[in-house]
Design a protein around this ligand. Structure first.
Ligand SMILES: [Fe+2]
Ligand SMILES: [Fe+2]
Length: 161
């Protein structure tokens, strides 16, 4: 492993892959206003699929493997990652709202575009919080990417196709 590799490179790579997809869906949703009803449905379904099959599993992995590791390192009465977990709950709820709208017989495209854009912004901010606040703690704690991977209980969840 090259010396320049960060302890948390695997985690950063996972976020980078998700960000790339996020940008694609952001652009798609941005074009919803002028789209035909059929094209709008495809765009909305794709965005919901991405959120459900990529963002949700990433968040679940973090809650099961990643956050508990940080909680065990940073002592305190309440879990250190409580606010991050709560943001996951908000993200999950907003995904559900989008899924329900997209799946309805008469989706509100304007509402979907606005709400998806708001959710994408929240996810971007959430990623930045994890990278800026949580990763430095791990960079200080572990020597190598392997050490971190072992501590977190296996492969870093990149989940990129
Ligand atoms: Fe997260
Ligand atoms: Fe994350």
């Amino acid at each position: 492993m090259p010396e320049t590799t960060k302890v948390t490179q695997g985690f950063l790579d996972g976020h980078a892959a998700l960000r790339k997809q996020l940008e694609i869906h952001k652009a798609g949703v941005g074009g919803l206003h002028g789209a035909s009803r059929e094209a709008a449905r495809v765009t909305m379904d794709r965005a919901v699929l991405f959120l459900d099959e990529e963002i949700r599993p990433h968040a679940s992995w973090e809650e099961v493997k990643f956050y508990p590791l940080l909680d065990s390192m940073v002592g305190g009465r309440a879990p250190f990652t409580a606010t991050m977990r709560h943001e996951h709950a908000i993200i999950d709820r907003w995904i559900e709202d989008l899924a329900v709208n997209a799946g309805s017989t008469a989706p509100d495209v304007v509402w979907f575009a606005r709400s998806a854009d708001r959710l994408f912004g929240l996810i971007e901010a959430h990623f930045e919080e994890e990278e800026a606040v949580l990763l430095p703690i791990l960079e200080r704690r572990y020597e190598t990417a392997d050490d971190f991977e072992r501590a977190v209980g296996g492969e870093i969840h990149a989940h990129s196709h």
